[in-house]
Design a protein. Structure first.
Length: 360
């Protein structure tokens, strides 16, 4: 109880008149500043106030940094789309959370009222206000108020660092592999860009249910790390054509599932790697946004292609449960809040293996 009391006292001081808090703020394309801003007010009815402890970096952070917003937004904008923290205050009518709870927060402001939200599919919300840190102010700040329904408890044995990977990286992969691709034990999966945050998570989740995992990486160092992570076969796409290697490894049958998030550089190659009736699931387009597809190949081979974006609150809960059971994220680098921009530059360079975490 002493720790909670101290937390409450410190946050009352932070919200006193004239108090400020830190906020990483995008003030222009590729220009982020650590500013002192006014802290949020006491949480309203149905809200909780979080003290942020860690955030995970994702390619959507890089896109926002570059100015690649999908919709109009206003600068300055507080960045950060994925976070873990501790509840320091609760508003009226909040019965699901209490001060001292360790939680992760959903990465978008969904309405909670439309059919999709009522069914627990917040990533299909019809009235979403925006993605945190991309369209609306995000998590890279000391304190933030969030709807209580959009926070998920962190299991006791999971650290803030690891939990910060659940709302986007692990949740996205959980949704892609099991809701959309319907990955089953014993199947063979091709994971593109296996050194990325979601690529490493996909390798671990697929291996955990007994799948054969083939993955691509860009250098031999990443190949060794992917092998150590559990991948059965690792292909350096800079020195070998992954399509030919996959066909050879599968005796020309192809894989059951292709896990895509790269885009034009690999998309059609991933299709060629599928067996007849195979499933391709994609959540990203880091190498571009447009492709030309062979429709004859699509219907003759009876491929099933699914677009996947974000995840549900259930996916986040399932991801945290997997972490609690020992399936932890691969962490590339941990940086301080003031070094956020260096973390983005490292992510943009594609020299990472796993997740970059920003600690508060």
């Amino acid at each position: 109880m002493t720790g909670v009391a101290e937390t409450i006292a410190s946050d009352r001081a932070a919200t006193a008149p004239g108090a400020t808090m830190r906020a990483l703020t995008l003030v222009g394309d590729r220009k982020i500043e650590l500013l002192d801003v006014a802290p949020p007010p006491a949480p309203s009815a149905g809200e909780v106030q979080l003290r942020i402890k860690a955030i995970g970096l994702n390619h959507i952070d890089v896109w926002g940094w570059r100015g690649m917003a999908f919709a109009k937004r206003k600068l300055p904008l507080i960045v950060g789309v994925e976070a873990a923290g501790e509840i320091v205050a609760v508003g009226d009518d909040v019965t699901t959370s209490k001060v001292g709870d360790r939680v992760v927060a959903y990465g978008a402001l969904t309405c909670g009222h439309c059919k999709a939200c009522r069914e627990g599919r917040d990533n299909l919300c019809e009235n979403v206000a925006g993605i945190m840190g991309f369209h609306v102010d995000g998590f890279a700040r000391d304190l933030i108020n969030m709807p209580a329904r959009l926070v998920v408890p962190i299991p006791q044995n999971v650290s803030f660092r690891d939990a910060a990977c659940a709302p986007v990286a692990f949740g996205t992969v959980q949704h892609m592999l099991f809701d959309n691709a319907k990955l089953e034990p014993g199947e063979t999966i091709l994971v593109q860009a296996g050194g990325s945050g979601i690529g490493t998570a996909a390798i671990k989740m697929a291996k955990a249910i007994g799948c054969t995992v083939i993955t691509t990486v860009g250098d031999d160092d990443k190949a060794a790390k992917a092998k150590a992570l559990g991948a059965d076969h690792v292909i350096n796409y800079r020195t070998e054509r992954f399509e030919g290697v996959v066909r050879k490894l599968t005796a020309k049958k192809g894989v059951d599932v292709a896990f895509e998030h790269v885009g034009p550089d690999t998309f059609n190659g991933s299709l060629l790697c599928l067996k007849r009736g195979g499933r391709l699931v994609t959540c990203g387009s880091t190498s571009g946004q447009s492709i030309t597809m062979n429709l004859f190949q699509l219907y003759l081979q009876q491929y099933r292609i699914t677009g996947s974006f974000g995840c549900s609150l259930r996916n986040i809960r399932d991801s945290l449960a997997k972490m609690a059971a020992g399936l932890l994220p691969a962490i590339d680098t941990e940086v301080a809040l003031a070094d956020f921009e260096h973390g983005l530059a490292r992510l943009e360079s594609r020299q990472v293996f796993g997740k970059i975490i920003v600690n508060f």
